[in-house]
Design a protein around this ligand. Structure first.
Ligand SMILES: [Zn+2]
Length: 418
């Protein structure tokens, strides 16, 4: 089975459990999957499988989509071990620790910073991540933010401009917001698809955050918000009002925050978006709630109410939030295990949030006719061949054997990466 474009095909057979996370939520046993070039060409029972150019015996292992990590901060130098130790001995976390990282990042050469980002992305890929978002936000001046965006774009699939991470020392907030929405936005614009703002006490007020988001939307960027991480606040409502693709952290939510998130999907229908049914058009998307459990544990914050969100019909994503201050891990498997063991999700729901949910939060769950890119985050014919095999017969082992290194093999766009 060589495809019309002449791409070589590969068949994986003897898959113990194939979790598609597509609209039908299929979990197939004795399954096979065929990919041709970068696309999935066929999925079904091994007994009905077509022939292919090459063959891979999965030896009874589980197969699932590669992780879609929709929230990371990989462009940084240095680490913050001392701050972490202080926190573990009882000091509370407050916005502000990033200045240590900003200084170390500014001191790193382009080559050093680029190498650090590539190493972290490679570590993520080895752990099963096949689609990766990362952010700027440790530059905090025009030239440094532009440099971070350029370096991020060389490696990550999606880049987010987070100039509004914190008001740097020596600046007034208003003066800094004018810079972020003016020269800084122009300088990063060629490298980024998204903009984000840290809407939190000690960072940016709702009014300042709105100003940043609106300027970035006018520049053609999609929007995301860091919100409701350290206490109740207006971040979630702001994200919904401004039509953000996601609001991330969401630790402290009121009933009205959850209602606002569910309501944002009412013209698509929250449950059907989560279930994978296509919306009528791109304009009726709502706001995905992105939960970051590794960060919650590392800051000793209450875990985000993922169960309540799902029960209310809000689509959720799970992401690593890999960053040096509050979540220094790229392990999506750890996030999935935590979501099952401590956040009340089933394995299927947690894996869905870490694959399809991340794609939904990045507007990548459907093929994009404008840029020709294939759908990611679920396994279906025509989607990008982004998949992983576990050293286990089912995905349940991700939570049943927490902390074990279960990634056996990973393909990204049909190419083996591990
Ligand atoms: Zn973050």
């Amino acid at each position: 089975m060589t495809g019309p474009a002449g791409n070589a095909s590969t068949i994986l057979t003897n898959i113990g459990e194939l979790m598609t996370q597509d609209a039908e939520h299929r979990v197939l046993t004795d399954a096979a999957i065929v990919f041709e070039g970068e696309r999935i060409a066929w999925i079904g029972s091994a007994a009905d499988a077509p022939a292919a150019d090459s063959h891979y015996d999965a030896a009874g292992r589980a197969c699932l989509p590669g992780w879609v990590d929709s929230h990371t901060h990989l462009v940084f130098a240095g680490d913050r071990t001392a701050e972490f130790e202080a926190r573990m001995s009882g000091q509370s976390y407050a916005a502000g620790g990033i200045s240590v990282t900003v200084e170390a990042t500014r001191r790193a050469t382009d080559e050093e910073l680029g190498d650090l980002v590539t190493q972290r992305a490679a570590e993520a890929a080895a752990g099963g991540t096949t689609y990766l978002e990362t952010k700027t936000g440790y530059g905090l001046d025009v030239a440094e933010e532009a440099r971070s965006a350029r370096i991020a774009a060389a490696t990550a699939d999606e880049v987010t401009f987070l100039g509004a991470h914190l008001v740097p020392e020596g600046w007034s907030a208003d003066e800094y917001v004018r810079t972020v929405t003016g020269p800084m936005l122009s300088a990063v614009r060629p490298y980024v698809q998204w903009a984000d703002v840290f809407c939190e006490t000690g960072a940016f007020t709702p009014d300042q955050s709105r100003e940043v988001l609106r300027a970035c939307r006018l520049a053609g960027l999609g929007l995301r918000v860091h919100g409701n991480q350290l206490g109740p606040g207006e971040g979630v409502q702001l994200a919904v009002d401004e039509g953000a693709a996601s609001v991330d952290h969401v630790n402290y939510l009121t009933k009205s925050d959850i209602d606002a998130l569910a309501g944002s999907w009412s013209s698509w229908n929250g449950q059907s978006a989560w279930n994978g049914q296509l919306g009528q058009n791109a304009n009726n998307r709502g706001t995905v709630a992105t939960c970051l459990p590794a960060c919650d544990l590392s800051t000793r914050q209450p875990l985000a109410p993922a169960r309540e969100l799902l029960d209310a019909g809000v689509p959720i994503a799970l992401a690593s939030n890999c960053n040096p201050g509050t979540s220094y891990t790229t392990s999506m498997a750890f996030c999935v295990a935590t979501a099952v063991l401590q956040m009340g999700l089933t394995v299927h729901e947690a894996v869905r949030a870490a694959t399809y949910g991340g794609a939904l939060a990045l507007h990548r769950e459907q093929p994009n006719d404008d840029d020709g890119r294939l759908a990611v985050g679920s396994l279906a014919v025509g989607h990008r061949a982004d998949l992983q095999l576990l050293d286990a017969p089912s995905a349940t082992h991700l939570a049943y054997r927490p902390g074990m290194q279960l990634t056996h093999a990973v393909w990204r766009g049909g190419e083996p990466v591990r």
